[in-house]
Ligand binder design. Structure first.
Ligand code: FBP
Length: 549
């Protein structure tokens, strides 16, 4: 039998805080009709029933909460990569539903959106929920990456939804999963079926955010876990003074995780993919920049350092981006590719790519080139977590430094160690911030269902203020959409939030990085604290702090 750790037992008793507006009876206040962030005409055409809905904000109602006349049932799905706090979204949703009517029931679909299609589910009762409060992971019902996009899937889902008397489905996921939530909401609305769909913003990557969704849940905890370990490595690095540590950090596309960790730990260098793209840098330019840093430190006798590398870097190097875009279309159009041998695949790729992309492909180390042709995830994305960018860069850097030594431009010793931090942070017990934020997102989702909303994302804002002042409500998902080229086709998707090079978090980083590069200014955030003074336990991420202050 699994044994609960002492921390687990104590942490179970933590009561997450809610925004004051959700403490008792609420009323929904409607805002103005909304528009999508881009391609308005096309998005409106694709979502005729759910486009332009007003933003909703919950306010305290004057009267005491009356129990809803009729009890109702709700289904919940965890979709995509794990992120700390998912269990609190579900416990918040459960408590919110019970506060509306004690006979409301919650069903969990198992192993992601596939559970809805395949009719795999379980009822989530109070005993089960209590076991998972304030814990990390998605193991209460599991998660998966099945893409919910085809009418056949929606129809199969509808069968079980009707069988269980489900009034609303809550999809807890990232940008792709919330895009699917919007498509599903539109489909049921168009068919006039009384099933509401509500999304919740999840992803450690931090790239599902905008003015109204200030952060996705899980980012805070995951970056605090990585920040702790990077700090420990920096201490080791500064103690032994003999290694350069190359640390790749998760974040499939945007560099928010790397940037946040840099702000927390002050490493000697941190690459920001969005800047690489903006400056039109190629791999050699990145290596040149790194070589300057290593050589400058070596000239002072410091043959050690720490470098942070965002996982998604490869897709932001303009030449690589063009190559990957053509590879994506090529793989989508040639399903037989997967059955070829490795040598045949290389031959196939080289003979099908245009001249420029074929040259880029041929110039890559064989291992990296092969990783670029591996299976895409169900959303058509390259699985960047499998590409060993940290090794690629340090190998190229080693060669460049050897060359510089011959030319008398470098005097040091270079020994590299590699790390990849991603999975270690995705299931950590949520920080107080994520525990509260997630619980509020779930509780709020129950209110959105109660007021009849569909095609909305649960939104809790004003997050750097004390939780009582957080603003709760719903944002129409279509409002966040634009058209993008995916999997060989133009599709409506939620616009990914990349690192804003004019934003305060990047500017703060950029204003310090030369100093951090040359000198040793490491900062050691230490482990997440759950008990103790507020300034230690309840701080939001640096990113959120700088964005709002
Ligand atoms: P989501 O966008 O689904 O939240 O997942 C993010 C992520 O953790 C990325 O950082 C990483 O590239 C990817 O998932 C890894 O995917 P998998 O869990 O399928 O290995």
């Amino acid at each position: 039998m699994a044994k609960k750790s002492v921390l687990q037992q104590k942490r179970a008793a933590y009561q997450p805080k809610l925004p004051a507006a959700l403490w008792g009876a609420v009323k929904a206040v409607k805002g103005e009709p909304t528009q999508s962030v881009g391609d308005q005409e096309e998005i409106q055409k694709l979502f005729p029933n759910t486009y332009g809905l007003p933003q909703l904000t919950f306010e305290k109602a004057d009267s005491a909460p009356a129990e809803a006349a009729c009890a109702f049932n709700v289904g919940v799905i965890l979709s995509g990569g794990q992120a700390p706090g998912g269990h609190n979204v579900i416990s918040g949703l459960f408590d919110g539903l019970k506060a509306i009517n004690k006979d409301n029931r919650l069903y969990g679909f198992l192993m992601g959106p596939g559970g809805l299609v395949d009719h795999n589910y379980m009822e989530l009762t109070a005993d089960i929920i209590d076991d998972y409060r304030n814990t990390g992971g998605f193991d209460i019902i599991g998660s998966g990456r099945t893409k919910l996009e085809k009418p056949e899937q929606f129809e199969k889902g509808l069968e079980i939804i009707q069988q269980l008397g489900i009034r609303a489905v809550v999809i807890i996921g990232g940008d792709d999963s919330n895009t699917n939530a919007a498509v599903l909401a539109e489909y049921y609305k168009a068919k006039n079926v009384p099933v509401q769909v509500i999304g919740c913003p999840k992803t450690i990557d931090g790239d599902l955010k905008n003015e109204l969704i200030e952060t996705s849940f899980g980012f805070d905890t995951a970056t605090k876990v990585y920040g702790e370990v990077i700090g420990n490595i920096e201490r080791d690095c500064n103690s032994a003074k003999k290694y350069w540590h190359f640390i790749k950090l998760m974040g499939r596309s945007a560099s928010h995780i790397a940037l946040e960790c840099a702000l927390q730990t002050q490493p000697n260098w941190c690459i920001i993919s969005e800047e690489v793209e903006a400056k039109n840098m190629n791999l050699n330019d990145i290596v040149d920049e790194l070589a300057q840093v290593v050589a400058a430190r070596a000239a002072k006798g410091d043959n050690f350092g720490t470098v942070l590398i965002p996982e998604g870097l490869i897709e932001f190097i303009p030449t690589m981006k063009a190559l990957i875009a053509e590879l994506n279309d090529m793989l989508a159009a040639n399903p037989q590719f997967a059955s070829l041998s490795a040598a045949e695949q290389r031959e196939f790729v080289l003979s099908h790519l245009n001249e420029v992309n074929a040259a880029t492909f041929a110039s890559l180390p064989m291992g990296v080139a092969r990783q670029l042709t591996l299976d895409r995830d169900p959303h058509g994305n390259v699985q960047v977590s499998l590409i060993e960018t940290e090794k690629l860069l340090s190998e190229m850097l080693g060669k460049r430094l050897a060359q510089m030594k011959k030319e008398g431009k470098y005097v040091g010793k270079f020994a590299a160690l590699h790390h990849f931090f991603g999975y270690e942070g995705r299931c950590a017990d949520p920080s107080n911030f994520d525990a509260d934020y997630c619980y509020a997102l779930g509780y709020n989702a129950a209110q959105l269902i109660n007021c009849g909303a569909t095609g909305y994302m649960s939104s809790v804002r004003n997050l750097t203020k004390p939780s009582a002042q957080w603003v709760a409500g719903g944002i129409p998902i279509t409002m966040m959409m634009n058209m993008e080229h995916r999997n060989g086709k133009n599709k409506p998707v939620i616009k990914k939030a990349l690192v804003d090079l004019n934003g305060k978090p990047f500017k703060v980083f950029a204003s310090h990085r030369e100093e951090w590069a040359l000198n040793t200014c490491y900062s050691y955030p230490g482990p997440i604290q759950y008990f103790g003074p507020e300034e230690v336990c309840d701080q939001p991420s640096r990113t959120l702090y700088y964005e709002q202050n």
